[in-house]
Write a protein of this length. Structure first.
Length: 368
C-alpha cells in the first residue's frame, strides 16, 4: 500500500511539471512552422520544438517545464521580424493562445492568452499597463515633432504618467508572490528609483527558488547593480571606437562625463538624440563629454546613425547587442539609459534625459 501511494505521488509530481499550449495563428505563412523557444538565464533563445499549422491554423505544444519554471516564446513562422508571444510556465498549465501570426507594416501584432494561472493573469496586466504608457509616448512624440516648444509640458506629463504606471506595477507585485512573473515585472521598474522594490523581489524569489538559474542570475545582477549606485566609482568600459582603437571610459577623467547607452534601432534613443546634441553643444566647452555606448549588432547601422543624427562626441561598441560588456557592467536592460559621472569618475546621477539633464547640468556648471 505504501509503495502504491509513493508511486501515485511521484506520478502526480511528474504531471505537475508538464504543460500544454494550444496555439492558433489567424494568418499563416505557407510552408513555415511555428516554434517554441526557451529563454535561458543569459537571455539566449533556444528553439526546443516546432510544428506546422493544421488546416485550422492550429498547433499543439506539450512538454515538461525546465528548471521548475521558465520563460518561453511562441515564435510565429520565424520570419526576419516574427511575432513572438511570451509564455511563463511553471508546470501544470493548459493555455490557449490566439495570435495574428504576422506583424503589420508598423511591426505591430496582437494576441489573446487564456489560462487561469497567476503567471498569465499578471503578465497580461503588466502588458496592459505598458501598452497604455506606449500609446501616450507615441502621442507625445508626435506632438513634439510638430511643436518643440511643448517639450517642457510633455516632459512633465511623461514624468507624472511614468510615476502612475510604476505605482500600478508596484501594487501588483505583492500579489505575484514567488511566481516567475514577479521576476519579469522587474523589467518595468526603473532600477535607479526602485532599488528597494527590486531587492524585496530578489529576496522573496531567492528564498522560494534558491537554485533557479534565472533567479540566481537576477540576484547576482542586482548585487552588481548596487555597485553602480550614485556615489559609487563607475565601472570601467573599454570598447572599440568607430575608428578602430579602444577608448577607455577612465581616460576621460577630469571631465564630467555622460555615459549614454543607446542603439541605432532604438526609436526612443533616436528621438532623444536631438536633445542630446543641443545639450552637448551647450556644455562641451565647459568640461562636459559624452561617452556613447551602442548596443548595436550591425556596424554599418551604428555608424550611419552617428552620422545621420550628428552625434559628434565619443562613441564605442562591441556590437554585442544586449550582451554588450558595457551594458552588462552597468546592468542596463532598457535604453536609452544614462549615467552622469563627476571628474573623479564617480556616479553623480542616473537616468537623466531631456529637460532633467539640462537642469542638472545648468545647476552643476553654475557652481563652477
Amino acid at each position: 500500500m505504501r509503495l502504491i501511494v509513493l508511486l501515485l505521488l511521484f506520478t502526480t509530481a511528474i504531471q505537475a511539471q508538464n504543460f500544454e499550449l494550444r496555439v492558433e495563428a489567424k494568418t499563416i505563412v505557407p510552408g513555415k512552422k511555428i516554434y517554441l523557444e526557451y529563454i535561458n538565464e543569459l537571455g539566449k533563445i533556444v528553439k526546443i520544438d516546432s510544428s506546422s499549422p493544421s488546416a485550422q491554423h492550429k498547433v499543439l505544444f506539450r512538454g515538461k517545464v525546465k528548471d521548475q519554471g521558465a520563460f518561453y516564446l511562441v515564435n510565429f513562422f520565424d520570419t526576419p521580424k516574427p511575432q513572438k508571444v511570451l509564455v511563463i510556465l511553471e508546470g501544470g498549465e493548459s493555455i490557449d493562445i490566439v495570435a495574428d501570426g504576422i506583424n503589420d507594416e508598423e511591426g505591430k501584432s496582437a494576441f489573446t492568452m487564456k489560462g487561469d494561472y497567476p503567471n498569465v493573469k499578471y503578465m497580461l496586466e503588466l502588458m496592459a499597463i505598458s501598452k497604455e504608457m506606449e500609446v501616450k509616448v507615441r502621442k507625445w512624440n508626435q506632438e513634439i515633432q510638430v511643436d518643440q516648444k511643448q517639450e517642457k509640458r510633455i516632459q512633465a506629463e511623461f514624468t507624472q504618467a511614468q510615476a502612475i504606471s510604476t505605482a500600478k506595477i508596484k501594487a501588483l507585485i505583492p500579489q505575484m508572490g514567488s511566481h516567475l512573473v514577479a521576476l519579469w515585472a522587474t523589467n518595468f521598474l526603473p532600477a535607479e528609483k526602485e532599488m528597494a522594490s527590486l531587492v524585496e523581489i530578489a529576496n522573496r524569489l531567492n528564498q522560494a527558488r534558491p537554485t533557479h538559474p534565472q533567479v540566481r542570475q537576477f540576484v547576482n545582477n542586482l548585487q552588481r547593480l548596487q555597485g553602480v549606485n550614485e556615489g559609487a566609482l563607475a565601472p570601467e568600459i573599454n570598447l572599440a571606437t568607430p575608428e578602430g582603437p579602444n577608448l577607455a571610459l577612465s581616460s576621460l577623467r577630469g571631465k564630467y562625463v555622460l555615459i549614454d547607452f543607446w542603439a541605432s534601432w532604438c526609436g526612443p534613443c533616436r528621438r532623444e538624440n536631438p536633445n542630446v546634441v543641443k545639450t552637448y553643444a551647450a556644455y562641451k566647452d565647459k568640461g562636459f563629454e559624452i561617452y556613447g555606448v551602442s548596443l548595436d549588432q550591425d556596424r554599418a547601422a551604428w555608424l550611419k546613425a552617428i552620422e545621420t543624427d550628428k552625434l559628434v562626441w565619443k562613441h564605442v561598441s562591441d556590437l554585442q547587442y544586449w550582451n554588450s560588456a558595457g551594458a552588462q557592467a552597468y546592468q542596463v536592460n532598457s535604453i536609452p539609459q544614462t549615467f552622469l559621472l563627476d571628474k573623479e569618475g564617480k556616479i553623480l546621477a542616473k537616468g537623466l534625459r531631456g529637460v532633467a539633464l539640462d537642469q542638472f547640468l545648468a545647476k552643476l556648471f553654475e557652481t563652477k
